[in-house]
Design a binder for this molecule. Structure first.
Ligand code: ATP
Length: 279
């Protein structure tokens, strides 16, 4: 098994995989203006698994889309590795996304006329790279879709389609994987399989994972949980348990005033990925 695009995990932890500086995003104008992001500054160290949480409408998806180059911020800077996204041509942005980023989004975007296996390898095929067969087998095996590879997306359940999309994001070992509620449509077993493999992507291959989630159990797989409220970062937890995450979310849902901006919580004991579901 080879690491295609990443350095060793030890080297990666010293690098920044992605970052935002004083990022703002304003939708609409006049009376309908929405300030979705209000000055976000954050770094995502390479080789770390970060979960972004926060109440509905707090700006999570907007932040992720700006970080991944799928949306353009109103002001501020975004970088992937050492590449500043502002001012990149469409072509350079497409290449960067293709070569360095994996996406697991809820709208699966699978090609309906291709089999699951063909969907998984499509980005690698388009890029003209070789598939690491051993890693391909490991990914589909761990995600429990090895026996569904010949099926079209329409012949798969929603959860299976989500896992095919996850395999597609992982198979080329991109430097950074963005997931917008990657476990949103999954039952707890499939959700555990997806989270286990995202965890393995960081632990075994030094890849960087950033997900948006509403699920405290999913967040407990992360090294770090960042909480947004009203377009700003208001809290951060290090290796929290699902219960820790649930407590912060409960307070945020009661209003962001309960969480002091810029006051990271002390680190809590590392989650082992088997934390009980709360709430
Ligand atoms: N294309 C758009 N046009 C106008 N307003 C938008 C647009 N996209 C998002 N917004 C607004 O920006 C704010 C942040 O939205 P965003 O989707 O980032 O929140 P979120 O935290 O991901 O929410 P959820 O958890 O419900 O998915 C919301 O008030 C939303 O209504």
């Amino acid at each position: 098994m080879t690491t295609a695009h990443t350095d060793s995990p030890a080297l990666q932890t010293r690098k920044i995989a992605a970052g935002a500086e004083d990022l703002t995003k304003v939708y609409g104008s006049g009376d309908t203006t929405v300030e979705a992001l209000r000055g976000i500054t954050i770094d995502f160290p390479a080789g770390q698994f970060t979960a972004i949480m926060g109440p509905s409408g707090s700006g999570k998806s907007t932040l992720m889309h700006c970080l991944a180059g799928l949306d353009v911020a109103t002001s501020g800077r975004v970088r992937i590795g050492d590449v500043e996204l502002t001012g990149l041509s469409d072509k350079a942005m497409t290449m960067l996304r293709r070569d360095r980023i994996g996406f697991v989004f809820q709208s699966f975007n699978l090609v309906p006329t291709l089999s699951a296996a063909e969907n998984i390898t499509l980005p690698v095929d388009i890029a003209g790279r070789d598939i690491d067969k051993e890693w391909f087998d490991a990914v589909v095996g761990r995600l429990g879709i090895a026996d569904r590879l010949d099926h079209l997306p329409s012949e798969l359940s929603g959860g299976q389609q989500q896992r095919v999309a996850c395999a597609r994001a992982l198979v080329d070992k991109p430097e950074i994987i963005f997931g917008d509620e990657p476990t949103g449509n999954l039952d707890s077993r499939s959700s555990g399989e997806v989270l286990d493999i995202l965890r393995a992507a960081t632990d075994e291959f030094g890849q960087t994972v950033v997900i948006v989630t509403h699920d405290p159990r999913a967040a407990s797989y992360a090294d770090r949980v960042v909480f947004l409220a009203d377009g700003k970062i208001v809290r951060e937890l290090t290796s929290p348990s699902a219960d820790d995450v649930f407590e912060v979310m409960k307070n945020l849902d009661n209003g962001p005033a309960t969480a002091e901006a810029g006051s990271p919580e002390p680190a809590t004991p590392a989650a082992d990925g088997e934390s009980e579901q709360v709430g």
